[in-house]
Design a protein around this ligand. Structure first.
Ligand SMILES: *Cc1c(COP(=O)(O)O)cnc(C)c1O
Length: 417
């Protein structure tokens, strides 16, 4: 049967053996999944989620009880004082942009303490020229690089002592970099350090790809506001679009007034009939994240077994759902990415090519044969075509689909001599 999907017998044996070695990791993933499912279920009960919440509003979107209950549920699950969960956010980058614009005023200083933020924020911040950037509004920007995959605590301390910083941005997931993703222990330590010097600094965390990977979220270690996408972890593969901002009440209010209208804030914004999908997506999210994590662990073990560098290794602690495979070779990166596309449910006949993408500064290759355009909680694989030729693989709505995609891609790699 495997041969019908272009999977060789050799790869079936290889993956079976590797899977055995992953079982201990899978057990930990299942435990976190149960814990996070409990959080979701408790919140549904507490907020009395009912069929009435699946209704829709149009136009201004006044009195959208479904939208309001969704924001209460997200608030609880993320440990926030308030949450803004909207389909009017067209992407994670948009939600991050709204958050920056809501919190920063002309003359304010934004500091990133994980080096350069995610590529799509270059023009938002003004690292790359854009006439609508924060820089064009007089917002100043500076960054402190990580050292050995951890914060540069000394530099951060010195910088906060000597400068009036308004917002510190922390990106947990590695994005298109070679560093490790940042766990909550490190986040907690650096946030405490900053707040001890200046308690007014706003700590904003880009939480993309990290939700439900562990049993808690960054607000529990002192972050003030967190941001993420609904076509990643928390949408559970069911939310058709959107993003969230959650955290301190006053900050979420500012974000709402920036997204909609000063004076209207969270009161407006029609849900246009997607409330059920957002609720069902969140309900599924712990299990979908677990499937993505198991796929990542298995991928790591298998790719290491056939001689590639991987990050993280299969038995390392994970912060996000992203698995890096470092190919050191452009052809293998392209071949692997094509393999993932060919094993996808949608557009399996498409041959992916590296191309220029808005917001990215080198050619990018992307496999995303997804039900939702650009969804990266579904099995997907992408990477900028530049040294050291890293594939960033993530997702799978179910573990079997993830495993099959991996087996197909590995067969292609092994058949290419
Ligand atoms: C995906 C992602 C974003 C936002 O990406 P969108 O494609 O705009 O949703 C931002 N930061 C990180 C770390 C991400 O992984």
């Amino acid at each position: 049967m495997y041969n019908s999907l272009g999977i060789s017998n050799e790869v079936v044996k290889l993956v079976d053996k590797c899977e055995e070695e992953c079982l201990e990791e899978f057990k930990k993933i299942d435990d976190a999944c149960t814990f996070n499912s409990l959080k979701v279920l408790n919140s549904f009960h507490k907020n009395k989620v009912s069929e009435a919440h699946f209704g829709m509003t149009t136009g201004y979107g006044y009195n959208d009880i479904g939208r309001d209950v969704i924001e209460e549920v997200f608030k609880d699950v993320l440990g926030a004082e308030s949450a803004l969960v909207r389909s009017q956010f067209i992407s994670g980058t948009h939600a991050l942009t709204v958050c920056f614009q809501a919190l920063l005023r002309p003359g304010d200083l934004l500091l990133s303490i994980c080096g350069k933020p995610y590529d799509t924020l270059d023009e938002v911040i003004g690292i790359r020229e854009n006439s609508s950037s924060l820089k064009s509004y007089g917002v100043k920007y500076d960054q402190i690089d990580l050292v050995d995959d951890d914060f540069d605590y000394e530099k951060v301390e010195e910088y906060i002592k000597n400068n009036k910083v308004k917002v510190v941005e922390i990106q947990r997931s590695k994005g298109y970099s070679t560093r490790k993703s940042l766990g909550l222990d490190k986040l907690g330590k650096v946030i405490k350090l900053i707040k001890n010097i200046d308690k007014d600094v706003i700590i904003m965390v880009d939480n993309c790809y990290c939700e439900f990977v562990s049993e808690s979220e960054p607000l529990s270690v002192g972050a003030d506001v967190i941001v993420g996408s609904l076509i990643k972890n928390l949408g559970g593969g069911i939310a058709p679009n959107g993003a969230y901002i959650a955290g301190r009440y006053d900050l979420v209010e500012l974000c709402a007034e920036r997204l909609t209208v000063p004076g209207c804030g969270k009161e407006v914004g029609p849900s246009l009939g997607i409330n059920k999908q957002i609720l069902q997506g969140l309900f599924m999210a712990p299990s979908v994240v677990a499937s993505a994590l198991k796929t990542a662990v298995l991928t790591s073990r298998v790719m290491e077994e056939i001689g590639y560098d991987v990050e993280p290794r299969y038995n390392e602690e994970r912060v996000d759902i992203v698995q890096n495979i470092i190919f050191h070779n452009p052809e293998k990166l392209i071949l692997f990415t094509r393999g993932i596309q060919e094993a996808s449910p949608i557009d399996s006949n498409a041959v992916v090519e590296a191309s220029d993408m808005p917001g990215y500064d080198s050619k990018v290759i992307m496999a995303s044969g997804a039900f939702t355009q650009g969804s990266s909680i579904e099995l997907s694989c992408d990477g900028p075509v530049r040294e050291p030729y890293i594939a960033y693989m993530q997702g799978a709505l179910t573990y079997p689909y993830g495993k099959l995609g991996l087996m197909h891609a590995v067969t292609k790699i092994l058949n290419d001599k």
